[in-house]
Design a protein around this ligand. Structure first.
Ligand SMILES: [Zn+2]
Length: 160
């Protein structure tokens, strides 16, 4: 019988299509893995942002990856039982975001304030002399900032 740990390990192979280095596990969006009798796998996943177009891609990538394992079937249930927030990104996930030159969402206590979008540390030169250009980046999950020190625009993974 296949273990839940083996499923979790395999899920590290499934990456967020928008940030190719980071796995769905490190994004914190996998909220449950259950292996039932006869090796049928149920996975729960919570979308990062409502209507995030990457959700369907990730869901089908998860199904493909798990189907390669000795399982009788796999079902990925996308639900909001657990509301995702940016604190759920793992330590490793935060490192990978930094490596990909994203500014990180500050860890918060459940309240997101506008200050979390201002004077964000530039991932290129680490200056905090930056300004928010638009809270709406190429995807809903990202904000764009401009660094007054190195004159580069950079993206922040938004705190939610
Ligand atoms: Zn800079």
């Amino acid at each position: 019988m296949i273990s839940e740990k083996e499923i979790w390990d395999a899920l590290y192979d499934v990456k967020d299509p928008e940030i190719p280095k980071i796995s769905v596990v490190d994004m914190g969006i996998i909220t449950g893995v259950k292996v039932s009798e006869k090796d049928f796998v149920n996975i729960s996943m919570t979308p990062t942002f409502a209507g995030c177009p990457a959700v369907n891609v990730m869901r089908s990538d998860i199904e493909k990856r798990i189907s390669l394992m000795p399982v009788s079937g796999v079902n990925v249930d996308v639900n909001y039982d657990v509301q995702w927030n940016s604190n759920m990104i793992t330590e490793k996930g935060r490192e990978l975001l930094k490596d990909s030159l994203f500014a990180l969402p500050p860890v918060h206590n459940g309240f997101v304030s506008i200050e979390m979008l201002t004077n964000i540390e530039c991932p290129l030169c680490h200056s905090k002399n930056t300004k928010l250009q638009t809270p709406f980046g190429p995807t809903q999950c990202r904000a764009i900032h401009y660094c007054n020190n190195c004159f580069q625009a950079f993206e922040q993974f938004k705190p939610v």
